[in-house]
Design a protein around this ligand. Sequence first.
Ligand code: ADA
Length: 635
Amino acid sequence: MSRSRSLLSLSSAATGLLVMIFTSVFPQASYEQFPEIPPSVLPPALQASCDVGDDMNSRLFRTTSVRTQIQLAGFWDFVTDPSGQGDSAQYFVTFPKPETRMWIPGSWNTYARYWHYQGIAWFQRAFEVPAEGQLRIRFGGVFYRSKVWLDGKHLGDHEGGYTPFTFVLPRLTKGAHRLVVRVDNQLDDESLPKRGVDWFPYGGIYRPVYAELVPDVFIDSFSLKTPDFSEGQATLEIQAMVNTLAGQNNDQRLELEVDGKKLYSGVHRLTGAATRVTFKAVLPNPKTWSPESPYLYTARLSLPEAGDDQYTRFGVRSFKADKYRIFLNGRLFKFMGANHHDDHPDWGPALPPHIIRQDVEILKRMGANGVRSHYPTDEMFLDYCDEAGLVFFEEIPAWQYSASQMARPKVQEKMKMQLREMVERDMNHPSVFAWSLGNEWHEFRKSYDVIKSLVAYARSLDNSRFITFVTGGAQTGDPSELIDILSTNWAQYQWYDPFTCLDPAEGEKSISLLNQIHERFPDKPVILTEFGGAESQAGWHNWGNVKWSEEYQARNVRDSGRVGLEQEWISGGFVWQFSETRSAPERFLAGRLRGWNSKGVVDPYRSPKLAFYSLQELFRAYQARGKNQRVLSSE
Ligand code: ADA
């Protein structure tokens, strides 16, 4: 008895000693210090949005009240075509015996059988059109190249994996029709992203796809800007593309309602197949959108005589830069955010609505007010950002191009196309803060003229948002003059050097490099677009200086993030990264734990790592100090 008791006390003394050592080495890692997580941190709008109202499950609101829509999600016939014989064998006329039936939206790379498959694949499905008329088919996202046929007739091609594309078929008969899609997820040196990019090139029809019957005259798209507003009123600037079958000229009445109230009615002359229509309207007593109070309006644009309508949501808010500081609606704004990939071990990039919603909820629990992605994310994700008050930093997937790649006209053309498709799709989201031209072009100083023309192009698409590109490491160069915000990926302690450790001297060196940005451009805002990247094996703990441990990651994340919030001239940043994500096949064994980029602050299934709590503590402490509430005029 006494022997076991003394053993017990000996072991508890040893445990106590270990705990003492542990807590003195990692004072921030003690669980008692982690703030409690409230049951729900979502704003009321997000809590109420279970009823998405959109039968196509593509958005959080219905996009039309008059068009008949046809859901094309579901099982499609699927066959791979590694040798590329499908074109000459005319799979679009006679589809071969399917290898399997595949659930759409989805990616073949999430199926065990096609886990590694990069190549060509064919999809087929039949569907019913309930009445004769003009049919518009919309693909939300197909990775990466696609070719589409309807009833054996080639409709067109699309390149680019993250933006929607449509086809309009005049006078389609009532009854059964057959769609065939050829998809190729092989990347190369001129694709966006390029081959070897640090995320997985999941192949497939992975975002919502549907068709709808549209009248002879219909609204193809519409954007809504709120350039000026005061407490009394906001000016709405509307731009719509109205299409006319066979291009007849005619006059059409357009009406705009906001939250059910008519704000505009006017007749416009339509000329040719597609006419750009612009007009202004006044919204009285506007409520503003912000992370604390993300107020959203619903607008409906209609063609009452032609019998068409389209809905969008928008917010009234203004981001302004005043020297190196960013203000949202006149209050100081610093990012406390995370980089997000549309990626999940079970769903790949085809995040279903409940996972999107949960990711947004986790970000809110972390105390985040922002998100960044390397490419246009899922449209529903942006809808949730609008509702939850997460400010979105949006980019085209021009990732780590060399100067010679940037110099190729083909690459520039594709970059412009991606920019245009991204801006057209996402223009109306109040959450979207900036358009980024790309990430970490290591030789960007050699690409001045190319960058200049891309910046001018981006401004011509949308002059109401900041334009930027992201540098790898604290760097500036002459092209930095061209942009509104200096965006830089930075960590206080480096990760890739095999001998790196959480060494204060190394930290000071990185900070002094960072300071040089502000020394050269004292009047431009700086954002740490990626901070604190360090990989950790979830569940593996060790003394803080040991690479791959959760402690190492937590410390790097916290220290780097703190610099972004405490340096007056830095407008905060985004941790690299939200969850662990599957990396490119080329990187499977190159410094990537089991082929995944393990720098997530939550693991692939979204369980929190220590780094999540470090950030939560940092972000909440900053919020508690009320720093993001300082007003422009009192500065
Ligand atoms: C860069 C890059 C990311 C990712 C990261 C990493 O910062 O922008 O996409 O590759 O490095 O994990 O190394």
